[in-house]
Structure formats: structure tokens, C-alpha cells
Design a protein around this ligand. Structure first.
Ligand code: OFO
Length: 173
């Protein structure tokens, strides 16, 4: 049985993942408005992935016999100064999410809940990838100054991002 403390923390993390999905969906709208179809596509795939992250914790809680509680999701921003600024905001957000995941892993260890810690280790690894992916785009955009032909090239590249795999169960599968 999950402790009340862990149950509450996991419910909050589900909310954070849904907010992530909402934030990236807002970035889809922003990029689409600029006719940056590749950036919009990349953001849409990311929004979908964040939904999967929420559901992975959701499924785990159900498997552990815990009650999932869906909390209110706050509204994301609508505009950014530039596509580069949006990707920089995404990177900052991923760093914030990494902190949340690390805190959850710490709590699981504190509560001696090995199964939850095991699940959190999947997210720890995932966050390394999430930060690296966005960081890579930020660096490329900074290199080309975030405008003109270079931006067009990056936009074309981002259009090739495949759909995320469906994550099921709480065992890191
Ligand atoms: Fe769920 O990893 Fe991004 O936010």
C-alpha cells in the first residue's frame, strides 16, 4: 500500500505532467500561428509524450490500489518572444520537472517504497533525455540566431520527430 504522503505526491506529479502537456500544447498553437509547422509538430509530439508520462503514474497508482485524484490544471502562457524563447522556456520547464522527479525519488527512498523508487528511476532517466533533446534544439537555434533560413532548416528537421511510444504499466516498460 502506498503511504498517504507518496499518494499525494504522485497525484501532484500527475498534475505536473498534465500541465507539461498543456504547456507544450500552448506552444503548438504559438508555433502554428507563426507557420512553423515542424516546430508545431515537435511540440505536439512532446505534449502527447507528457500525457503518456501522466498516464504511466496513473496506471501505477491503480496497480498499487491507490486512489488517483485529478487536480486542477493551471493555464499555460499564450505567447513567447520568439521560437527560441519558447524552446528556452521548455528547457527551463524540463529542469523544473527534473527537480520534481528527484524529490519524488527522495521521498520514495525515505518511505522505503522500493517499487515507487523503481518507477521514479524510469523518470530520472527520461528527464536526462528530455533536457538533452530541448537543449540540443536551443543550441542549434542560438547558433543560427533563431531566424531566417537557419530557422527554416531546423523547422524542417523537427517535422520528422516520430510519435511517442505508448507507455503502459508502472514497471518502466
Ligand atoms: Fe514529463 O517530462 Fe517533460 O515535462
Amino acid at each position: 500500500m502506498l503511504s498517504k504522503k507518496l499518494q499525494d505526491a504522485l497525484n501532484r506529479q500527475i498534475n505536473e505532467e498534465y500541465y507539461s502537456s498543456y504547456l507544450y500544447t500552448a506552444m503548438v498553437a504559438y508555433m502554428a500561428d507563426l507557420n512553423l509547422d515542424g516546430c508545431a509538430h515537435w511540440m505536439k509530439m512532446q505534449a502527447e509524450e507528457e500525457h503518456q508520462h501522466a498516464l504511466k503514474i496513473f496506471d501505477y497508482m491503480v496497480e498499487r490500489g491507490a486512489r488517483v485524484e485529478l487536480l486542477e490544471v493551471k493555464a499555460p502562457p499564450k505567447d513567447w518572444d520568439s521560437p527560441l524563447d519558447a524552446f528556452k522556456a521548455a528547457l527551463e520547464h524540463e529542469k523544473y520537472m527534473t527537480k520534481n522527479i528527484n524529490a519524488l525519488a527522495d521521498l520514495a527512498i525515505e518511505e522505503k517504497d522500493h517499487a515507487t523508487n523503481n518507477l521514479m528511476q524510469w523518470y530520472v532517466t527520461e528527464q536526462v533525455e528530455e533536457e538533452a533533446n530541448v537543449d540540443d534544439i536551443v543550441k542549434k537555434m542560438e547558433m543560427i540566431g533563431g531566424t531566417g533560413h537557419g530557422l527554416f532548416m531546423i523547422d524542417r528537421e523537427l517535422k520528422t520527430r516520430p510519435a511517442p511510444a505508448i507507455l503502459t504499466g508502472g514497471d518502466g516498460a
